[in-house]
Write a protein of this length. Structure first.
Length: 177
């Protein structure tokens, strides 16, 4: 659907649900989940969410596929579309550690941003990230996102409250990037 040099974004369909559940329920992924994401995930809960979120004008989810071997490595999505103000939120998750720190997430983000700014005519795209997720913050900054705000002590994790950043990128920043 959206093909880059190393990854492709394809519709997130039932063939990916089992692997998604495996990744979503892993110890590692649990640390980075934003509150409100059902845990533990099941194939049925993923199927129900997909049915509920069928309106592509409001949300969309893609599987991230490695071009070299067609391996499913994670998901990227857009949601909370505000058509009046032309903005939306994105989220990304790369499953296994060996697929992180390779620039694959950044490439997937750029592919999605290209779609959101050029096809959906968004003006601003934003995301939420925990302050301890330094690797993700570096990735988002590499893609042109800027820290816009801090939600102090937003969630309780690992025996303490952690902060959450809101990061965003404007259409003109994406085009200059």
């Amino acid at each position: 659907m959206f093909k880059g040099e190393r990854v492709e974004l394809v519709p997130f369909t039932e063939e990916y649900y089992e692997k998604f559940v495996e990744i979503r329920n892993s110890e590692d992924a649990r640390d980075y989940k934003i509150p409100g994401v059902p845990y533990p995930a099941t194939v049925e809960s993923v199927r129900e969410r997909a049915q509920r979120d069928k309106d592509r004008r409001q949300s969309g989810e893609f599987a991230i596929i490695l071009n070299e071997n067609r391996e499913y490595i994670g998901n990227i999505s857009y949601h909370n579309v505000d058509w009046k103000n032309r903005n939306c939120e994105i989220a990304i998750g790369i499953g296994r550690e060996e697929n992180r720190n390779r620039g694959l997430g950044a490439e997937a983000i750029r592919l999605l941003l290209d779609f959101l700014f050029n096809e959906m005519n968004m003006h601003r795209v934003y995301l939420h990230v925990y302050d301890f997720n330094e690797r993700a913050i570096r990735c988002y900054e590499k893609c042109g996102f800027k820290k816009e705000g801090l939600i102090r002590e937003a969630v309780y994790k690992h025996g303490r409250y952690v902060n959450e950043y809101i990061m965003g990128i404007l259409e003109e920043e994406f085009r200059k990037g």
